[in-house]
Ligand binder design. Structure first.
Ligand SMILES: Cc1cc2nc3c(=O)[nH]c(=O)nc-3n(C[C@H](O)[C@H](O)[C@H](O)COP(=O)(O)OP(=O)(O)OC[C@H]3O[C@@H](n4cnc5c(N)ncnc54)[C@H](O)[C@@H]3O)c2cc1C
Ligand SMILES: Cc1cc2nc3c(=O)[nH]c(=O)nc-3n(C[C@H](O)[C@H](O)[C@H](O)COP(=O)(O)O)c2cc1C
Length: 777
């Protein structure tokens, strides 16, 4: 085959040499606009997994790279006068120039033609090529020629960074955070050869401008960074080798995703590779890894499917399919890490104590969890657990036993929860006339026995018309209050506290119990009229709600007030106001469902006016020493709906009105919403609100194991974790998760103690490899 690689970066060179090695008969040329040893940048980092992959495909190149590697295990963090270190993180670094020189030399040895100093403007300059690799980097001319085909989605990220080097030899991957009069800067520093370290300085656009760096030339920028980071530089100088850049040496990262990667240009096939196809932010240092793995995958597909011109379309389709998944995975992790650095100054640096700040930094991509950190650096993690436990009032002994974060107590107003796990409110649709019955006693009672720190009952309705279905629970009369008291009293025989979620169904009311007529479906018989902020239905064929009048609003407020007073008398410890999921109060908050023109509609502050009014009414009758949480849909997942920014604004308003916590849910406001589901998918909302607004939060949604909860609590992304569906599968979720991570100190009901011992022993047996072996024998 005739192959031309446009661009002599890692992708183009490596693909060229791999294919030549596969079959020396291929005629391969790499065309590069720079001269051989002219390149920008300093060091790049790889993981062990990338190296293993490279060894399998070209042992010689891998060996050369490995001999030039610098390996280090430690991460050091400097912030607010503290210098903290952890180990076990295993990175390798190599100079970009060195890497390219190795690849160039190997290309030459194998007979790949290298053409330097030639700027390529079009793929049509190579009419004889069967295959053209567009490996011409992020600003790829070739990709841009076929925009309509490749459909590039390029997002210019808000932070500014400058990629510098220094001859100071750092023995750890170092992160240095410095505050100026305008805000925070961070440096990402790592050594990549015997004498040199990469030194990337990053900040937000407004801070960059406030310091006049937009008008500064390279020399002034360097002088600024040298002064700011003088402590960590310890007299060393910073250097630039970005002379090819015009204007400011400060860049914005461009995040690139392409809809397609290949195209037939009439003569040959053009395929994108490396940064021309996708980018991953340097916060997880994977751009070069992705470029090299693209080259490996395309070679593998030619190897498996046949390296002949007529096979090219099949091979390219297989390449794209195989790489799409891996690239998306890395890009997701890179996005989390990149966003962390974009908000670090406004969200974490001033708010979190250095210890917790470091934990948050280490887990920024959400790929490294609590137990993962334990594997990397047990001593560091255990010390952190002790530090965290001491902050929660636990009497810790140096080197003594540790308490994982989810099992630390939590005090809010006058209420102390024994741990951080909450049974999330879950409608059971099993009441008649809103009355709690034996089902509810056993259901909530068994979850209280199961170890959670706070057990919420389901959405409890303030009036018969405020029910979702005829099976919903209520608190609009004294008989219901008496029945609730029996449940609350039972919960109080366990260490758990009892939570009451008060709500009104609004436009989502008068529907059938899910297993009778389907979820959210209007009742066939016995309907009641529904009302909402505006006459906007939930289902397109659902009942049209009446727009609430001022009289309606006053009446419903009185119902909330009366229900809260009954709840307080029944002994509930925590109250939650349900302002989420498209029910009555949520329908005021969302612009999708609130179309009012009075003072309760329009801008966010107006939309929040009625929910805040209700909040103040219940706060006034709810005992001062007991906390109130507010559940919000922090994202409507619908164009034109509320976003996390709106949720943060609502949180601020509720905080000012006396709310103690925000329970951060999302969606269910608009029927066609498009939530982006995934592990811990709503936790970023809890993180944002907690650390930007300064109010306690409850994280909820796809939190399914102790490792998740520990990571969330330890990093300060939330104060409590609400677990819903896993509690339907396992009432004793908390006790079982404790046993799974080897925590024996969480108390089981004394009646169940012999079950505890057996459960723990069985888990230990199942985990012991020798035991497994014996079983097989
Ligand atoms: C600050 C920073 C830090 C980074 N740190 C890391 C890290 O630690 N680890 C990591 O893995 N990655 C890192 N990267 C990313 C990494 O540099 C790229 O992802 C990687 O180089 C991609 O390789 P590539 O071959 O696709 O593109 P490039 O390396 O960009 O190579 C493209 C080549 O094409 C040439 N070219 C472009 N247009 C033409 C043309 N018209 N004609 C001829 N030649 C042309 C260019 O001169 C260049 O040599 C970092 C990036 C930045 C900005
Ligand atoms: C059966 C069921 C009923 C629910 N009822 C309520 C409810 O009454 N009030 C509420 O705020 N959320 C309700 N939810 C949402 C949960 O509280 C929780 O936010 C959601 O299930 C995500 O958590 P998970 O991934 O742990 O299940 C319900 C969820 C389920 C599965």
């Amino acid at each position: 085959m005739r192959i031309v690689c446009i661009g002599g970066g890692p992708a183009g060179l490596y693909f060229g040499l791999l294919m030549k090695q596969e079959n020396p008969a291929h005629r391969i040329t790499v065309v590069e606009r720079n001269r051989p040893y002219d390149t920008f940048g300093w060091g790049v980092v790889f993981s062990d997994a990338t190296m293993e992959n490279m060894r399998a495909w070209d042992a010689e190149t891998a060996h050369e790279i490995e001999s030039a590697f610098n390996h280090w295990d430690d991460i050091e963090v400097l912030i607010k006068g503290r210098r903290m270190r952890t180990t076990g993180h295993g990175f390798v670094g190599i100079g970009r120039k060195k890497l390219l020189n190795i690849l160039q030399a190997r290309c030459e040895a194998l007979g790949v033609e290298l053409v330097f100093d030639r700027e390529v403007d079009s793929d049509l300059e190579f009419p004889d090529a069967d295959l053209i690799i567009a490996a011409d980097g992020i600003n790829s001319k070739i990709r841009n020629r076929y925009k309509d085909v490749f459909k590039p989605d390029l997002a210019v990220r808000p932070n500014r960074f400058i990629w510098l080097g220094t001859d100071w030899r750092y023995d750890a991957f170092t992160f240095d955070f410095r505050r100026t009069e305008h805000g925070w800067f961070q440096a990402h520093i790592y050594k990549f050869d015997e004498n040199t370290s990469t030194f990337i300085v990053e900040t937000t656009e407004d801070i960059f401008k406030a310091h006049g760096l937009d008008a500064a030339d390279e020399a002034r920028s360097i002088a600024f960074c040298e002064e700011l980071f003088s402590e960590v530089l310890d007299g060393a100088r910073l250097m630039s080798n970005a002379r090819h850049l015009r204007g400011s040496a400060w860049l914005n990262f461009n995040r690139l995703i392409c809809g397609r990667w290949s195209h037939f240009n009439g003569n040959g096939h053009v395929v994108l590779m490396g940064d021309a196809a996708h980018t991953a932010h340097f916060a997880i240092g994977s751009g070069t890894k992705l470029a090299l793995e693209d080259a490996i995958e395309l070679t593998r597909q030619f190897h498996n499917l046949g390296a002949a011109p007529d096979q090219i379309p099949t091979v390219l389709a297989a390449y794209e399919e195989a790489r799409a998944v891996d690239v998306a995975r890395i890009q997701n992790a890179a996005r989390n890490a990149m966003e962390w650095f974009e908000v670090v100054g406004s969200r974490y640096a001033d708010t979190l104590e250095p210890e917790q700040f470091m934990y948050s930094l280490l887990t920024r991509s959400q790929r490294i969890s609590h137990e993962n950190l334990r594997l990397r650096d047990k001593a560091w993690l255990e010390n952190y657990e002790r530090w965290f436990a001491a902050r929660c009032g636990i009497n810790v002994i140096a080197d003594g036993p540790t308490v994982p974060p989810m099992f630390t107590p939590y005090t809010i107003r006058g209420v102390t929860l024994p741990n951080r796990i909450v049974v999330s409110p879950m409608a059971m649709y099993s009441a008649v006339d809103g009355m709690p019955n034996d089902f509810h006693l056993v259901h909530l009672g068994s979850r209280a026995l199961g170890g959670a720190g706070l057990v919420f009952g389901e959405m409890t309705c303030v009036s018969p018309q405020g029910r979702i279905t005829p099976g919903c629970l209520g608190l609009w009369n004294d008989a219901q209050a008496q029945a609730w008291k029996r449940l609350v009293d039972f919960i109080h025989t366990t260490p758990a506290k009892a939570g009451l979620q008060l709500g009104h169904s609004g436009r989502k009311g008068s529907t059938s119990v899910p297993w009778e007529g389907g979820v959210d479906q209007p009742l066939e018989r016995g309907n009641w009229p529904v009302m909402s902020a505006s006459p906007v239905t939930y289902l397109s064929d659902g009942a049209i709600p009446r727009q609430m009048t001022r009289d309606d609003m006053e009446r419903v407020k009185a119902e909330f007030r009366a229900a809260a007073a009954r709840g307080a008398a029944a002994g509930f410890d925590v109250l939650e106001l349900h302002c989420a999921h498209g029910y009555l109060l949520s329908s005021f908050l969302s612009p999708l469902t609130n179309r009012r023109r009075d003072e309760f509609g329009g801008v966010a502050e107006n939309r929040a006016r009625y929910p805040l009014d209700i909040f103040r009414a219940v706060r006034a009758v709810w005992p001062h020493e007991r906390p109130i949480s507010v559940r919000l849909s922090c994202h409507d997942w619908t164009e034109g709906g509320n976003t996390p920014e709106d949720a943060a604004l609502f949180a601020r308003l509720f905080k000012a009105a006396g709310a103690d916590m925000i329970d951060c849910s999302s969606g269910q406001v608009w029927h066609d919403d498009k939530p982006v589901y995934g592990r811990l998918y709503q936790t970023p909302f809890a993180d944002k609100i907690r650390n930007e607004v300064g109010i306690a939060t409850i994280a909820v949604g796809a939190i399914s194991e102790a490792d998740h909860a520990n990571s969330i609590i330890a990093a300060g992304r939330a104060d409590l974790c609400a677990i819903a569906r896993p509690h339907l599968a396992d009432p004793a979720w908390t006790l079982h998760e404790a046993a799974k991570i080897g925590v024996k100190s969480v108390p089981w009901p004394q009646q169940y103690l012999s079950g505890k011992t057996q459960y723990e022993t069985n888990l230990a047996r199942a985990a012991a490899p020798s035991a497994a072996g014996l079983m097989k024998a």
